[in-house]
Design a protein around this ligand. Structure first.
Ligand SMILES: [Zn+2]
Length: 335
């Protein structure tokens, strides 16, 4: 990184500490039962300000502070280009404590207790099918499989649910996963999954895949722009990329720090539909189709009848209006 970056940026507002004990009104942080939460600034060297991943710029506007599951506080900012992000950012070492076995077992954003449970696996597979239909993937798949173009790689594959899903659909299906605990689960299930870093892995050759996918994984990565460039490189001309991520749009702006996907620092980037489309086009992808979905109302196992009814109408409505807080892309590497 250019050392002049830190000198040039106007970051006084961005670097200030959260006003934990200044307001008379009790803040969320003060209400914690055990002592004072740790702040990002107390881990120098591990948490640092980085240039915007989309534009390289350094003009950030502070949006809010958000506390993590490990009671560290992180700052969420919006770049002048529009990309919302955690910045300063914890480096890989600082973020790894968030990806222990417990991360997968306690994950509750879909209302289930355990990512590895049968129930959640079935729910994830149901969403894959919906996404693939919405993205008009099956038309491409039929042609691809007929011509023997069936090499697929799922990046950030976790327990390998999409790897398995595609293997069942006659793809030569592989995955790569940075988390040892999740990757080990996938491997034990007999799937072709590498535990390692997609950006530096020596196992991936240029122009060798017909399909590369990122299901809710790009927002976890430190350098999404480089990751998407690498995906472009390893795709064959005419190959496709599928990508889903949470969408920073109207629902996210309304909910602010309480938005269901504002999980920091696991989620480092919050893309808009337009912003991510622009990044993909800049790399050389053509946008085949996009879809947004999700009203922000998470499935609740023991939710009220009213909640379920509102959700039943809200979900299709936001999808129709293209205002969902999740989005999925079908992209093509132009030949
Ligand atoms: Zn930017």
């Amino acid at each position: 990184m250019n050392p002049s970056f830190f000198r040039n940026c106007s970051m006084s507002q961005v670097l200030e500490r959260p006003p934990i004990r200044q307001n008379r009104k009790r803040s969320h942080l003060e209400a914690l039962p055990e002592g004072r939460p740790r702040l990002f600034a107390e881990r120098p060297g591990e948490v640092r300000l980085v240039p915007c991943n989309a534009c390289g710029g350094s003009k950030f506007k502070k949006l809010f502070y958000k506390e993590s599951s490990l009671r560290e506080t992180f700052q969420v900012v919006r770049c002048s280009c529009g990309l919302v992000q955690v910045n300063p950012q914890p480096d890989l070492k600082a973020i790894m404590p968030y990806y222990t076995d417990a991360y997968f077992k306690k994950r509750t954003d879909r209302g289930y207790d355990n990512y590895y449970s049968e129930a959640l696996r079935d729910e994830i597979r149901r969403v894959f099918t919906l996404n693939l239909a919405d993205l008009d993937f099956f038309t491409f798949e039929e042609k691809a499989l007929k011509s023997g173009s069936n090499h697929a790689l799922d990046v950030g594959c976790a327990a390998g649910y999409f790897v398995e899903y595609m293997a069942e659909r006659a793809w030569r299906s592989r995955g790569i996963e940075l988390s040892r605990s999740a990757g080990t689960v996938a491997r034990k299930r007999g799937l072709d999954v590498t535990i390692g870093d997609f950006l530096t892995s020596s196992e991936l050759s240029p122009s060798s895949y017909d399909l590369v996918s990122f299901w809710a994984s790009i927002e976890h990565m430190h350098d999404p722009a480089s990751v998407l460039r690498r995906a472009y490189e390893i795709l064959k001309p005419g190959g496709r990329m599928l990508l889903s991520t949470c969408r920073y749009g109207i629902l996210a702006r309304i909910r602010g720090k309480d938005w269901r996907y504002m999980n920091v620092p696991e989620h480092l980037y919050f893309f808009s539909l337009r912003g991510l489309s622009k990044m993909a086009r800049g790399i050389g992808f053509q946008v085949v189709r996009t879809v947004t979905y999700g009203s922000g109302m998470t499935t609740r196992k023991d939710g009220s009848e009213l909640y379920a009814t509102v959700k039943r109408y809200a979900d299709p409505a936001v999808k129709f209006l293209n205002q969902g807080d999740m989005m999925a892309f079908h992209l093509e590497k132009m030949s």
